[in-house]
Design a protein around this ligand. Structure first.
Ligand code: ARG
Length: 592
């Protein structure tokens, strides 16, 4: 496996060489190179440099250009405007670089030299509760970040911080003790889907019934509260019943994750309860170090810049005045565990933006306590709200939260219809139609979630998501399948790079874009911004479409070398699409 320097980095290096030859005192200046429409690249750095040196930018630019030694990468450097450099690379440099990428299983993408260990907190639904679109976002964005970071060489530890603790369990457990068969499975359901559905409907029914009783029956309420005390004391029978709720919920979670075509491993599910043993110690450390103080009996951390509507400071409550621990104590303990035991260098939390204040306070507290510092950072990858077509938070007509499974099933139904329409032409069997329908439908949902910057709210619009035109995963999947089908028609012609050939404009544009894959990956990873990879892939498919329209591969039959070189571009495009989509958690069926 060899990493391949991109043309941009090679050009950047040549310019830097020219700069230091022409102006040794400016050797460290950045030429500020970027892709450009005018030429292949444009460099603007000389403008700022000239200003700094109080020189004439055009003269300086000319001097730099003259100082660049002759080479086979740069075809033309033109000094333009006030002192930009417009740079064109040779066709052979493009094809040679791409050939080096094609020879590598990682498409020449380098490993991050300063890789560390990232703990990603994502896909964290709550026990005994239905999953909703917010949980979808965390799961989809988190899973993509796991793949992307691992691809760059980062060690990734997954943590599913499920909501499996809290006073509501007193009520649920007490109800189950009094109605012992409420969690039994009645139907002999087929597969994960059916048992997941049944588990959730049992839990739902039990949740509602126990809540009703709790609100209307004082004696039940008293028994439920006593049960919370038993649970916290670790009383075995109570704990065993609590475990049943967790196990039952996991049956349901796994059925949804399977629907989402997502691998979640049991050891990575470390819910809130997993930190119970640390809570008291966390509070003790915070109190002894003075990071947290007692205020009206509660253990609190105060911040200058966090105030309530009345202007009074709003503290982070680590321990309530009745001695109970909450969400914050758990998250602070989780930070200690992740930093001290898992040896994390980065903590990434894929959580709804509505929890941003919580994380701001938790991270700041952890910094004051020394758990986070210059070597260990914590970041919330905060995501926005999923809206209905009307632009309001997504609800059913009855005003209830939309069940995630219903949405996913509908997406798959719609996608299957789309796939079926074209199936005959492609010759797909019924089982292929069903499988592709799943890949297209789930891919559509994931892509819609990933293709806009996470912080933005987005409208859940299935019609748009499964549309064949536009920035959708289906468009990308079709592009991929179309390329694959070409290989079926190529006969004895096989992909082969021909650096000696002159390239058509659409070939150059596609080639230069293919060459940027590694840079996009490293940017996407460094900024925790999967939408950058999605945007790259969409543009790749668009450039491919233009190339395919303008540069015949099979018919009319081009010369042997031209056909081989085009097939080579097709192949590298397909591999790049496949790899990029896989990092986003989206399948690329071979035939569609
Ligand atoms: N279970 C929470 C929810 O459904 C999300 C947990 C986020 N992670 C964390 N470490 N607090 O909103």
């Amino acid at each position: 496996m060899a990493s391949v320097p991109s043309l941009a980095s090679t050009v950047q290096q040549r310019l830097a060489d020219g700069l230091s030859a022409a102006l040794p005192e400016a050797a460290s200046a950045d030429p500020l190179l970027r892709r450009s429409d005018r030429a292949d690249f444009q460099a603007n750095g000389i403008l700022a440099l000239a200003k700094q040196l109080k020189g004439n930018p055009r003269e300086l630019a000319t001097k730099v250009v003259d100082a660049i030694p002759a080479n086979d990468v740069l075809k033309e450097i033109e000094v333009s405007g006030p002192g930009f450099l417009n740079i064109t690379v040779t066709d052979s440099a493009i094809v040679e670089t791409l050939a080096a990428r094609a020879a590598d299983a990682r498409l020449g993408v380098p490993f991050n030299e300063s890789a560390g260990t990232t703990v990603i907190d994502y896909a964290q639904p709550n026990v005994a509760k239905e999953m909703h679109v917010g949980h979808l976002r965390s799961a989809v964005i988190g899973a993509a970040m796991v793949e992307i970071l691992e691809f760059t060489g980062e060690s990734v530890v997954r943590r599913h911080h499920i909501g499996d603790w809290g006073t509501q369990f007193g009520m649920l457990i007490q109800y189950l003790i009094e109605h012992p068969h409420e969690l039994d499975h009645k139907a002999d359901g087929e597969g994960a889907d059916a048992s997941g559905e049944e588990a959730m409907s049992n839990l739902n029914r039990l949740y509602k019934a126990s809540r009703t009783l709790f609100d209307s029956d004082e004696e039940f309420k008293t028994r439920a509260r006593a049960r919370v005390v038993d649970l916290q004391a670790g009383e075995p029978e109570t704990l065993a019943l609590w475990q049943r709720f967790v196990d039952e919920s996991k049956i349901y979670f796994y059925s949804v994750f399977e629907k989402l075509d997502m691998d979640i491993d049991d050891p990575d599910i470390v819910g809130e309860s997993g930190y119970n043993d640390m809570l008291a110690e966390t509070c003790r450390i915070l109190e002894e170090s003075g990071v947290a103080v007692r205020s009206e009996g509660a253990l609190c951390v105060f911040f200058d810049d966090v105030k309530g509507p009345d202007g009074n400071p709003t503290p982070l409550i680590v321990q309530k005045s009745d001695g109970g621990f909450g969400y914050a104590a758990t998250d602070l303990s989780a930070i200690r565990d992740r930093v001290q035991n898992l040896k994390a260098t980065s903590l990434l939390y894929v959580v709804d933006a509505r929890q941003s204040l919580h994380f701001k306070m938790v991270f700041e507290t952890a910094r004051r306590a020394g758990w986070l510092n210059d070597d260990v950072k914590a970041v919330q990858l905060a995501f926005g709200t999923v809206l209905g077509k009307d632009g309001k938070p997504f609800k059913t007509r009855e005003g209830e939260t939309v069940r995630l499974v219903d949405l996913l099933d509908e997406a798959v139904d719609r996608a299957t219809t789309v796939v079926r329409e074209k199936a005959e032409k492609v010759g797909l069997s019924e089982s292929e139609i069903v499988e592709n329908g799943r890949f297209v439908g789930i891919g559509a949902v994931k892509y819609a979630d990933l293709s806009a910057s996470a912080a933005r709210d987005y409208k859940f619009d299935l019609d748009q998501m499964v549309s064949l035109n536009g920035d959708t995963s289906v468009y990308l999947q079709y592009a991929y399948a179309r390329i694959r089908s070409i290989f079926g028609k190529a006969g004895d012609r096989t992909p082969l790079a021909h650096p000696e050939l002159e390239l058509a404009p659409a070939e150059r544009a596609l080639g230069l874009h293919l060459d940027q894959f590694g840079e996009v990956i490293s940017e996407t990873a460094a900024e925790y911004a999967p939408h950058k990879l999605a945007a790259y892939l969409y543009q790749l498919a668009s450039l491919y479409t233009t190339f395919y329209d303008q540069c015949p591969v099979i018919k009319p039959e081009p010369a042997q070398e031209v056909a081989e070189n085009r097939l080579f571009l097709c192949d590298l495009t397909a591999r790049t699409l496949h790899q990029g989509m896989a990092l986003l958690g989206i399948r690329t069926p071979e035939r569609l």
